[in-house]
Write a protein that binds this ligand. Structure first.
Ligand code: ADP
Length: 499
């Protein structure tokens, strides 16, 4: 299904809705947003040209309700649906339902989604075309005794994963043979609950790996491009919190081989639209295919910043059936961009989500900084949804400048009423190992003493302020209206003390 798109329904919530609206406005496309009753005060619920209340009060009845979304699309005259990320974005049934309803699904065809959405299937495909996958078992036999034997063959530690997985759900690291059976049971039930599919696979659990992914783009005319890589190694609970492009310290020949591997996959499967091929690097620098995400990625802003391209615009043009207007040679990587995900979560309590009412919420407007925001003051961060408040991405001529700029932006971000990971993110950014580009998915564990050190008292805070002042841009921080925010809890006092 293709053709000129005039109205896009955005089937999502939070910052990504506002992000997609921005591009639609620039393209002269009308937008329809949807929101659940408990989201009625959020920015996305008023971001569109038409904003529709979703009936129902569960996730399944609202944002995940395909029939209701089709109905709203018809009533509002939408001719296309943008699924954003998460929710229904990688649901082949959703893509199919849209096409059947005569709507353009802004994403790959349902057949491609189902082929790449299953981690076991996509791994088999990679093997068949010579793209390396992490050693492990991704066959059909799901018998517990058989899988336990496979774990021994793979060698411990082993990582159990859900084939339908995402968001780290259904994942278990197993260190010893005697723990395999119980880990399989709990992973399977978690996967069944989250994805309605308990199929599991097992992989060698790599030690201190890096997560590096390639942004790919394809059109319906057989053009397959890459938009360079993003390093997303800074993670907690196997989930990204800081992402950057390009990946620091990656050798040129490795980089080239990485892009080749990603394009080998997209051209083999006849991919369409925006996608991300994720790879994991072992400590020797060898890389293996991890999974492919067949949608726009949370961290796409860093790619947009270093390439100057608008990925949502490209998605829409591809969905309209247009040929990509650029060639590989046209795409240049310039400078460096780093993004941090600001979450309402308690880093000291195992990064536990910390929902609550935002008494104050303001993000800075700075040159070279993008704040993709899903919240505002006086609204409640609900435990029902992902607690990401905003993404802050900063651009610089080089990595150091981008990081400094991000630090500055985080310093000037003001959140009151809920506990956030803001100070923790800053601790990562000022860490010497991070500055040296020594990143791995074990980074937070490896540097936990420095990162979790009591923020108001320790030297790193002073160092942070010093780094900030050295930029010569020190603006007086605003006192938080209503007080009591974590901002004034340490930054304000420290900054005052420094002058
Ligand atoms: P999900 O789809 O649930 O996010 P992924 O397969 O993308 O799961 O993996 C998420 C993260 O888990 C990776 O970025 C990495 O940190 C960790 N991980 C995945 N596979 C391995 C592995 N074989 N060894 C070590 N860490 C891994």
């Amino acid at each position: 299904m293709s053709g000129m798109i005039r109205t896009v329904l955005i089937a999502n919530r939070g910052e990504i809705v506002c992000r997609i609206v921005a591009t639609c406005r620039a393209m002269g496309i009308r937008t329809v947003t949807v929101f659940a009753a408990d989201d009625r005060d959020l920015p996305h619920a008023m971001a569109g040209d038409v904003n529709c209340l979703l009936a129902g009060d569960t996730l399944a009845a609202t944002y995940l309700n395909i029939a209701q979304l089709v109905d709203i699309a018809k009533k509002t005259g939408a001719d296309a649906i943008h699924p954003g990320y998460g929710f229904l974005s990688e649901n082949a049934g959703f893509a199919e339902a849209m096409t059947n309803a005569g709507l353009i699904f802004i994403g790959p065809p349902a057949s491609v989604i189902s082929r790449m959405g299953d981690k076991a299937e996509s791994r088999k495909l990679c093997e068949s075309i010579g793209v390396p996958v992490v050693p492990g078992y991704h066959g059909d036999n799901q018998d517990a005794t058989f899988l336990a034997k496979q774990a021994v063959t793979i060698g411990f530690p082993v990582l159990i994963k859900a084939a339908a997985g995402g968001g780290g759900k259904g994942m278990r690291v197993v260190e010893r043979e005697q723990d395999v059976a119980s880990a399989l049971l709990s992973a399977r039930s978690e996967a069944e609950n989250a994805f309605g599919n308990g199929h599991l696979l097992m992989e060698k659990y790599l030690v201190k790996p890096r997560h590096i992914e390639v942004q790919v783009f394809s059109d319906t005319h057989g053009t397959h491009l890459h938009l360079f890589e993003r390093d997303c190694s800074i993670q907690r609970r196997h989930q990204k919190i800081i992402e950057e492009s390009p990946a620091p310290g990656l050798a040129e020949d490795t980089r080239k081989r990485l892009y080749e591997a990603a394009l080998k996959i997209t051209s083999h499967i006849g991919y369409v639209g925006a996608g991300t091929v994720e790879f994991i690097f072992d400590s020797r620098g060898e890389f293996y295919f991890l999974e492919m995400n067949t949608r726009l990625q949370v961290e796409h802003p860093v790619t947009e910043m270093v390439t100057g391209l608008d990925l949502v615009r490209m998605q829409i043009e591809v969905a309209e059936g247009k040929k990509l207007a650029i060639t590989q040679a046209d795409i240049k990587l310039k400078g460096h961009a780093v993004e941090a995900r600001l979450y309402a979560e308690d880093t000291a309590k195992g990064f536990l989500p910390a929902p609550g009412k935002l008494t104050h919420f303001s993000l800075p407007h700075l040159p070279g900084v993008r704040c993709e925001n899903g919240y505002r003051s006086d609204v409640t961060v609900s435990s029902r949804y992902d607690p990401m408040l905003a993404k802050i991405a900063a651009y610089g001529a080089n990595r150091h400048e981008a990081v400094q700029s991000l630090l500055n932006a985080l310093l000037q971000s003001c959140v009151g009423g809920v506990v956030t990971n803001r100070a923790f993110l800053m601790q990562v950014l000022i860490n010497d190992a991070f500055a040296d580009g020594k990143v791995s998915t074990d980074f937070i564990n490896e540097h936990k003493d420095a990162l979790f050190a009591s923020l108001p008292a320790d030297d790193d805070t002073a160092k942070l302020i010093a780094a900030y002042l050295l930029m010569g841009k020190a603006a007086a921080p605003q006192e938080t209206p209503g007080g009591g925010s974590e901002y004034s809890a340490w930054t304000h006092d420290k900054l005052a003390g420094f002058r």
